[in-house]
Design a protein around this ligand. Structure first.
Ligand SMILES: *[C@@H]1O[C@H](CO)[C@@H](O)[C@H](O)[C@H]1NC(C)=O
Ligand SMILES: *[C@@H]1O[C@H](CO)[C@@H](O)[C@H](O)[C@H]1NC(C)=O
Length: 252
């Protein structure tokens, strides 16, 4: 059933759950439609043109200043559905840059795939996905990508319980965000002296309160499985993501 791939990183480790096709470097991580469920489009076809038009919306839409883009273009089986989201601290200009870079990487990495998803984790941070099926308002748990910092926390039990507390507090803030933004960041003191734990959680803002709650619950539940005692961890899904570190990694 599920294939789990482990890819060694320079400093972080990446795990991809429930997928077979994986490629990653430390900047752009993507998954082409894993079993090719949605099929391929032909170069120059209506679907291909609709995809290009959907990308134009993304590139030139300067009205969106809250980091969440969704659009669809075309009809019936040629309809393209596209979602782009930036991490909540990314400004609108960098957000568009990130999504436009992702567009190029993703179409190159997944040529002719009707469905694909990619996460760009450079200076800008964003996720871009498209499909011929409707994806707006769906809570999608899979695929999930988990990175962790290989370094262990001292006072691990206390550290783990602070993480749990922090992520749950942030989740309760983020789920009550509006239809533009479901995002929260914050800190708690860690158990070691002068240690601050920084956390971030985010859902795509098209999710309902309970969908966002559910997605983040599932993601928080991955932390003890994959990131126990680790001083940093990221859990990325199509519909939500979380991260914590012992340094400040977001802008306030
Ligand atoms: C972290 O702890 C695990 C389990 O005890 C150990 O295998 C691993 O080598 C440790 N990592 C580092 C970077 O020390
Ligand atoms: C998420 O977890 C909390 C606490 O464990 C629980 O109360 C809540 O019902 C869960 N939410 C969903 C949508 O399952």
């Amino acid at each position: 059933m599920a294939t789990i791939s482990v890819i060694p990183y320079s400093f972080l480790i990446l795990i991809i759950l429930f997928t077979s096709k994986v490629n990653a470097d430390d900047k752009f991580t993507y998954l082409c439609d894993k079993n090719n469920d949605r099929g391929d489009y032909i170069t120059g076809s209506t679907y291909h043109n609709n995809l290009k038009i959907a990308f134009i919306y993304l590139t030139f839409n300067s009205k969106v200043n809250y980091g969440f883009y969704n659009t669809n273009y075309g009809q019936n089986e040629d309809k393209v559905n596209l979602i782009g989201i930036c991490r909540g601290d990314i400004n609108p200009e960098d957000c568009r840059k990130c999504l436009v870079s992702s567009k190029s990487y993703l179409t190159e990495a997944c040529p002719n795939k009707k469905e694909a998803i990619g996460w760009y984790e450079a200076d800008q941070k964003c996720m871009l996905r498209y499909s011929d099926r409707s994806i707006l308002g769906l809570s999608e748990m899979w695929p999930a990508i988990i990175w962790w910092n290989v370094n262990n926390a001292t006072l691990a039990d206390q550290f783990n319980s602070v993480i749990k507390q922090l992520l749950n507090d942030l989740k309760n803030k983020a789920i009550n965000g509006d239809s533009h933004r479901k995002y929260a960041v914050g800190t708690l003191p860690g158990p070691s002296s002068d240690q601050t734990i920084n956390g971030l959680v985010q859902c795509t803002p098209d999710l309902s309160v309970s969908q966002c709650d559910d997605c983040l619950n599932e993601s928080i539940a991955e932390v003890p499985k994959y990131c126990t005692n680790k001083i940093g961890c990221r859990v990325f899904r199509a519909s939500c993501n979380l991260r914590f570190e012992t340094y400040q990694f977001y802008q306030t």
